[in-house]
Design a protein around this ligand. Structure first.
Ligand code: C2E
Ligand code: CA
Ligand code: CA
Length: 832
């Protein structure tokens, strides 16, 4: 009379069952004899409720059905009466179903089914074989037993049908299969229940109620024991299921980890704290070039680069002491072939919860390519790409270290050698850049081979090299090295099937001067090198205090000169140029002067080269040109004559090679309104000869402006006479050095004579510079020289002085004549 637990049934079915049950209960109550309620009934009720509820709980997890409930109901039916059985079934069904379900419909349905089925059996038996009371005592007739069994089978059919319907409704399984399974088991169960009940009832009647209740207590204990056994075994099974699930999850995880480990793209390893490999993956084997068996035979210490081992071990020590959760570094391994492999290595601890041991997990990523690229970049940043020598930055680094060392140990001397090729530009221009590059590489090679390993050779750029010679006992050693280098480099270089010769100029800056800044010692070596160049190249000079002073002076001069242009500290002096035949004034040469506010008068021989080097000559030259043209224009207006006086202005080589020169000159002519024929531009012979082609063009363009052109310091350069006639030149100025050293029939006189003849042949006129004495004048006259300039006539004088000379000679066009006295004072007077 049990009913399936949680099946769902149509509402009408539940309501109808409930109504039927209510009717059955009411009928039973009405017919229930009060005498039946005694101790046996109460005890039976309590026992039934207790045992059934325990069984119902245990059976909730079992598939098999034990008919405890039916047994109690049948015992009650046989011992007491049918009504007692119906009411007991109602009570027990209510208690057990309340215990198992909170759903009121389900409780109602279970109650109804239990009550109705009991009611039907009671009345069925009663109708078929008479009353129950006395049946147990008198012995059950076969008919009684048959009708009871038949009814129980019918009840089982109904119950099984209901259960099958509900289950099918719920899980949509085959009705027949379900019904058959349920029905078969129930028929067996209820047959057993009926037999037990009959035996129990007969026993109680025969033995007596007391013995029966002792037996019942024993039964209850057995039921309890069975229940708890059932519960325990259920819990054990549940536990086993949980364990199995956990183990499966664990093994799944382990399997997943193993697969991830084996196929990881980076190297992975499980390592003992002593460094022995326990497990290595394929990527790690690839990185280190070993098979996994070979690798497992080594340990992590043997494959680590010796230089990185100490750091790696100390990092692992930190891990093991618990000072860090992970550790990582970039380090080197040595692979099977002995090559260095750069890796990013990270390690962490792995605790084995099973064996309680501690291992290390390594993750190793190959970063060799990146490291090599970094090293290349670093090398490129500090080396010259052509020769592979250290560059300026690296050289300066080494130099700073050398300075620091010598400051700590004063006996450790060093020197910087600054080296510059003497004719590199010519080689580059004439033989081509490729030969030039080969020469630089060859020089770098020879320098490197000729120095000790601790020394540094660097290429600063172009054809400039520097050498840091360290650990020398005395200054003389650096000189010996310089001499050796010069000797080595003077041997010819075989480049592209030809021999290329070169010489170098060297500047030496010894550390004895006590440098604190690397820049200072390099600058001084550079200064010494320049000195070597200006003293004739292919030599060395040692930097000394005087050179330093000169360098400082030059630097100061440059600064002052920039300011001098703004502050108008420059002015122009004029030196007359005189016709030797009759001493008539022809014109003046404009010579710039600088009056320095502190240093007083500074010679143009000192500041013009600096102005050239710094480019200041462009502005200064233009100013002189403008100033002297303006002046000459004014004098021509005041003192008109025929031919008009001219002004001779010097052009430096920088000015001459300046693109804008033509515009500059024509704008000065335009602005000052001077007649271009009255302007003469002096260009030194060497400037013209340096680059004949472009010089010819420039001279032609200047000539086109209408100005006259004069070659200054003629005879000092190496004029190619064959070119001279091509130049549009008006005047040759014979250099002062020839005139000064002229005497009867000596070599200088011959040179002067030749120049004069040459000029006459080419249709040019001549000016002899530096005429200082009467003898020189006489000789020049004898040689047929037309014009002269020199202290004999007048030193360069200021504007007022020049104006006075013009005025004095102009009134009667008298000649400019010196006297003995004025010659000594350098003053010019007109002698009537
Ligand atoms: P330079 O063009 O050869 O100028 C002639 C130099 O000889 C002048 O020197 C002049 O004072 C000097 N001199 C003239 N007659 C005699 C003499 O009888 N005996 C001696 N011993 N010397 C005499 P200064 O003025 O010192 O100029 C020197 C050089 O500076 C000039 O040589 C010229 O190359 C350069 N210079 C002067 N002014 C300018 C200028 O405005 N522009 C450029 N670019 N260079 C200039
Ligand atoms: Ca001159
Ligand atoms: Ca000159």
């Amino acid at each position: 009379m049990e009913i399936a637990g949680s099946q769902r049934f149509p509402k009408w079915f539940v309501q109808a069952s409930t109504a039927c049950a209510a009717v059955a209960v009411l009928i039973s109550l009405y017919r229930f004899p009060a005498r039946t309620v005694g101790l046996p009934f109460l005890l039976l009720t309590l026992l039934a409720v207790y045992v059934c509820s325990r069984f119902s709980q245990a059976q909730a997890h079992e598939r098999r059905y034990v008919p405890v409930f039916e047994t109690f109901i049948l015992v009650t039916m046989l011992l007491l009466d049918g009504e007692a059985a119906v009411l007991l079934s109602a009570l027990v069904a209510l208690c057990t179903s309340l215990q198992r379900s909170k759903n009121s419909t389900s409780v109602m349905l279970k109650l109804a089914v239990a009550v109705v089925s009991t009611f039907l059996i009671v009345w069925g038996v009663r109708i078929l074989s008479g009353p129950f009371a006395g049946a147990a005592r008198d012995g059950y007739s076969a008919w009684f037993l048959q009708s009871l069994w038949a009814l129980l089978v019918v009840q089982s059919v109904v119950n099984a049908s209901v259960v099958a319907a509900g289950t099918t409704y719920k899980i949509k399984q085959s009705v027949v299969l379900n019904w058959l399974g349920s029905f078969f088991w129930r028929v067996v169960s209820v047959t057993l229940a009926a037999a037990v009940a009959c035996a129990a009832a007969t026993g109680i009647v025969t033995v007596g109620a007391n013995a029966f209740f002792a037996l019942a207590a024993f039964g209850a204990i057995c039921a309890f024991a069975y229940g708890s056994y059932n519960e325990n075994s259920r819990l054990r099974k549940e536990q086993a299921r949980q364990n199995e699930k956990r183990d499966r999850a664990f093994y799944d995880n382990a399997e997943r980890f193993r697969s991830a480990f084996d196929h990881a793209a980076i190297g992975m390893a499980l390592v003992t704290t002593e460094g022995r490999w326990l497990q290595v993956n394929r990527s790690l084997c690839d990185i280190l070039g070993y098979s996994d068996r070979e690798l497992l035979a080594t340990d992590f210490l043997t494959v680590t680069h010796p230089d990185d081992l100490a750091t790696a071990l100390s990092n692992i020590g930190q891990l093991l002491k618990g000072k860090a959760a992970t550790t990582q570094m970039e380090k080197r391994y040595v692979n099977k072939n002995g090559h260095v492999v750069w890796v990013h290595w990270s390690a962490s601890l792995a605790r084995d919860s099973y064996s309680k041991s501690v291992h290390l997990i390594f993750q190793i990523q190959d970063i060799t390519d990146r490291k090599l690229a970094e090293q290349r970049l670093h090398h490129d940043a500090f080396h010259d790409s052509l020769t592979g020598l250290p560059n300026r930055a690296l050289f300066m680094d080494h130099l700073k270290l050398a300075i620091a060392r010598s400051q700590r140990h004063s006996e450790q001397l060093f020197a910087v050698l600054y080296l510059d090729l003497d004719r590199f530009k010519i080689i580059n221009d004439s033989l081509g850049h490729s030969i030039g590059d080969q020469l630089l590489i060859g020089i770098a090679d020879r320098l490197t081979k000729n120095l000790r390993p601790g020394d540094t050779v660097a290429r600063l750029g172009g054809d400039e090299f520097t050498i840091l010679v360290e650990d020398i006992a005395e200054e003389r050693e650096s000189v010996q090295i310089a001499e050796r280098i010069q000797k080595e480099l003077s041997a010819p270089f075989q480049i592209g099937g030809r021999e290329v010769f070169t010489t170098v100029s060297l500047g030496i800056a010894p550390s004895t001067t006590g440098y604190e800044q690397a820049e200072d010692i390099l600058r001084d070596a550079d200064t010494a090198m320049y000195r070597a160049k200006s003293l004739g190249k292919a030599r060395y000079e040692i930097f000394d205090k005087a050179m330093h002073a000169r360098a400082i002076n030059l630097l100061q001069l440059e600064t002052d000169m920039r300011r001098a242009i703004e502050r108008q500290e420059f002015f122009v002096h004029y030196q007359p140029i005189v016709a030797l035949d009759g001493f008539r004034l022809q014109g003046f040469e404009a010579l710039v002067r600088w009056h320095h506010p502190q240093r007083g008068y500074i010679s143009p021989m000192d500041f013009i080269p600096v102005a050239e080097e710094t480019g200041l000559i462009i502005a200064l030259g233009e100013w002189v040109l403008r100033e002297s043209c303006k002046q000459m224009q004014r004098w021509q207006t005041i003192f008109p004559c025929d031919p008009p006086l001219f002004i001779s202005v010097n052009l430096s080589s920088k000015q001459f090679s300046q693109n804008d020169l033509i515009n500059q000159v024509s704008s000065v002519i335009h602005d000052t309104t001077i007649n271009p024929r009255s302007l003469k531009l002096e260009i030194t012979e060497s400037v013209v000869m340096e680059n004949i082609e472009t010089a010819t063009e420039m001279l032609k363009d200047l000539r086109a402006l209408g100005v006259q052109l004069s070659i200054d310091d003629f005879g000092t350069g190496y004029s190619s006479l064959s070119y001279l006639h091509r130049f549009p030149i008006d005047t040759l100025k014979i250099d002062r050095s020839f005139v000064t050293h002229m005497s009867e029939n000596n070599e200088n006189t011959e040179i002067v004579r030749t120049i004069i003849v040459l000029a006459q042949n080419l249709g040019m006129d001549v000016v002899a510079e530096g005429v200082e004495t009467k003898e020189q004048l006489a000789l020049l006259n004898e040689l047929g020289c037309e014009n002269g300039q020199g202290y004999y006539f007048s030193k360069p004088v200021n504007r007022e002085g020049a104006e006075k000379i013009i005025a004095d000679t102009y009134s009667s066009l008298l000649p400019v004549l010196p006297t003995e006295a004025t010659q000594k004072q350098g003053k010019t007077v007109r002698v009537a």
